[in-house]
Design a binder for this molecule. Structure first.
Ligand code: HPA
Length: 273
């Protein structure tokens, strides 16, 4: 694993003339539009990155973007890898290992999710305050590599409080309504049944999706700070679970994407990793 990380990192640094991003961004379903706001210096298709899997999902175009956002150097993943595509936990989180090796200290993650919180509306922007790992496994299972992080990483504040507070302030200043809440991550690819939505809400989650948790676990293992935001694209509130399609999820996410992009851009502008 260490050799693979080193090899991929070297290959990327060669392709980007040693461009050293400070912020990593992972863009979820329908949320790739943030890339339009990046002053792009380099982009590399995943197929050109050694040891990267190739993304198989519609709406995930699959490239690494290097450039300036909010006056800072960023590396963005346009499209992520999901466990339901058949990759291992180590494969889907490999890009986060590479980000850390490149020197990134702060990771911003975004996703589309289904909301259980009855106060939520379709299109709600939820700042992630915490998560529940409902994947049947964990990317850190196996022999721990001390060079990458501790055997038992602390998860008491996986999503940095300072970033949550700053994002809320930015949203208020820009007249964007945001909520906060807990993201439950599970495998998919099925959307949830009404009984599953009910169970997830009762266990303490506000929304549910099929990503993010593995990447955040690895980011925290690596000692990175994390900011997360979710767009609620459909609802699974007790008694009124709506049918949902991937197309609708993409459509709603795309509609709300400019607001999410503004929050992420201003956040990056204001924080010093
Ligand atoms: N469940 C899981 N993942 C999702 C959902 C959902 O309802 N909506 C968008 N991504």
């Amino acid at each position: 694993m260490l050799e693979q990380i080193a090899f991929t990192t070297k290959s990327i640094l060669e392709k980007t003339n040693g461009f050293k991003p400070e912020f990593g961004i992972i863009l979820g379903t329908g949320l790739g539009g943030l890339v339009k706001e990046i002053d792009v210096h380099f982009s590399i298709a995943y197929s050109e990155v050694p040891n990267f899997p190739v993304s198989t999902v519609e709406g995930h175009s699959g490239q690494l973007i290097f450039g300036m956002l909010g006056g800072k150097k960023v590396m963005a993943m346009q499209g992520r890898f999901h466990f339901y595509e058949g990759y291992t936990m180590q494969q889907i989180t490999f890009p986060v290992r590479v980000m850390k090796a490149i020197g990134i200290q702060t990771l911003c993650v975004s996703n589309a999710s289904g909301g259980m919180n009855p106060a939520f509306k379709v299109g709600e922007i939820m700042i992630i305050t915490d998560h529940i790992n409902l994947f049947p496994t964990n990317p850190l299972i196996g022999k721990n590599i001390p060079e990458l992080g501790p055997r038992f990483p602390d998860m008491s504040a996986a999503y940095k409080k300072e970033y949550i507070d700053l994002a809320i302030k930015i949203a208020m200043e820009n007249d964007i309504k945001v909520s906060t809440g807990v993201y439950a991550g599970l495998t998919g690819p099925c959307f949830e049944t009404p009984a599953e939505y009910r169970y997830l809400w009762r266990m303490g989650a506000d929304c549910v999706g099929m990503s993010t948790v593995p990447e955040v676990i690895v980011a925290k293992h690596s000692g990175m700070d994390v900011f997360g935001v979710s767009i609620i694209t459909d609802l699974g509130v007790e008694g009124l679970v709506e049918t949902v399609s991937h197309e609708e999820v993409q459509h709603i996410a795309k509609q709300q994407e400019p607001k999410m992009s503004l929050i992420v851009r201003k956040l990056i502008q204001h924080i010093h990793p």
